[in-house]
Design a protein around this ligand. Structure first.
Ligand code: CU
Length: 141
């Protein structure tokens, strides 16, 4: 089941009032929230999300800092597509781009990726790697 962000709609006006509840849900349940993974100053929230094959995961920068969503080359199931905010082909390209200031998700922005291969996906925020800002997406059949 695929799903689209509703950020562009009027839902944004009420998002602040209910944001305390949003993190409890993920896309697998088809809830009317507008993202699956939020971001604090130095963490993905929640760090682990479980979805079904074909689901789209939406990250939203709910902090005031810029972050990246950058998959580890070594953290993907066999046959899975690489993913990174900025649309880079691999981890090195994403890291090189970040040095030039590209690929970040600014405050309030979203990034999304559809997961078509089952397995576990490990990813990191490049600028906050030293603070262990990492996450896992578990994709189930
Ligand atoms: Cu970060």
């Amino acid at each position: 089941m695929n799903r689209r962000s509703v950020l562009a709609s009027g839902a944004l006006a009420t998002a602040g009032a209910v944001s305390g509840c949003l993190a409890m849900f993920n896309s697998a349940g088809g809830d009317a929230d507008d993202y699956d993974v939020g971001m604090t100053d130095s963490a993905f929230d929640p760090e682990t999300v479980t979805v079904a094959v074909g689901d789209t995961v939406v990250w939203k920068n709910t902090s005031g800092r810029s972050h990246t969503v950058t998959a580890y080359d070594s953290g993907l199931p066999d046959g899975a597509d690489y993913f990174a905010s900025g649309g880079f082909e691999d981890e090195q390209a994403a890291r090189d781009a970040w040095k030039r200031g590209a690929g970040g998700i600014v405050s309030g922005d979203t990034y999304e990726h559809a997961f078509d291969v089952a397995g576990e996906y490990e990813y990191v925020c490049i600028p906050h790697e030293r603070q262990a800002m990492t996450g896992t997406i578990v994709v189930e059949e």
